[in-house]
Design a protein around this ligand. Structure first.
Ligand code: SF4
Length: 245
């Protein structure tokens, strides 16, 4: 079955009693996205989202946020949320991290994905922070990007979550949901970040990642979103959604 015919099937499921297919609402604009985010903000407390546990473990501390993000790459937030506090109980500064044997760090973060490689990356970052930044995590995206192993997602997360400075951290949830809403029409997270920087009002940038990741983990899930439980359902254009619950 082609994607187009699946979409027709999904449309039919939304047909009213008169059998007529309801038209999808229009794509989100900056204004409707703002209203949606305010609505999600009110709902977020009721979600049991793994990302919220991870953010709590990082305590908005720049070093913990940076290292927590490295741990979370290609790893479920549930796993990272357990491993990160174990690691920070051993060391929560670059100096302390370098004073501990790599094998002990590996044991602390296991079963985080690529745990051996990540310990090497973390130690390289710690050395770099001490040599070039006086042991402090920089608060600018361009400076963070000079650290080996730090990409745009991590750099944006550190400036927004730990320093409360403007940035838009785009991961798979943010990329997918922004496109389902029609707020952007992009193929990659990098394109999504650039497009969001143009269309999303700055006052929403800092909270955008945390809200959408938690929403994506619990309601607007990747393969089959829970549209029947979603407070945004009446207004959501559901672009690209071929199956929902
Ligand atoms: S769960 Fe469904 S209705 Fe809600 S935002 Fe996602 S695609 Fe739209």
């Amino acid at each position: 079955m082609t994607e187009a015919s699946q979409r027709v099937g999904a449309d039919r499921k939304r047909a009213g009693r008169d059998g007529r297919v309801k038209a999808h609402p229009p794509a989100f604009t900056a204004r409707t996205a703002g209203a949606a985010l305010k609505r999600l903000r009110r709902e977020a407390a009721s979600w049991q989202a793994p990302v919220l546990a991870l953010m709590a473990a990082e305590e908005d501390d720049p070093f913990k946020t940076l290292i927590g993000c490295i741990l979370s790459l290609r790893t479920k937030d549930q796993t990272t949320a357990i491993a990160a506090p174990r690691l920070f109980a051993l060391a929560d500064t670059p100096q302390q991290m370098l004073a501990i044997e790599p094998a002990q760090l590996e044991r602390a973060i296991y079963p985080v994905g690529f745990y051996r490689t990540k310990v090497r990356v973390i130690r390289d970052i710690c050395r770099d922070l001490i040599e070039r930044f006086g042991g402090q995590v920089p608060d600018r995206i361009d400076a963070l990007l000079t650290l080996k192993g730090v990409g745009r997602k991590t750099a944006n997360l550190v400036v927004t979550q730990a320093f409360r400075k403007p940035g838009i951290c785009v991961d798979t949830h943010v990329h997918r949901i922004s496109n389902r809403w029609g707020l952007v029409r992009t193929k990659t997270p990098e394109q999504t970040e650039a497009a969001l920087r143009r269309v999303l009002p700055r006052r929403f940038w800092i909270e955008y990642n945390g809200l959408l990741v938690a929403f994506g983990q619990t309601i607007c899930q990747p393969v089959s979103p829970w549209c029947s439980r979603c407070v945004l359902a009446p207004r959501c254009p559901r672009i690209g959604v071929v199956r929902s619950r």
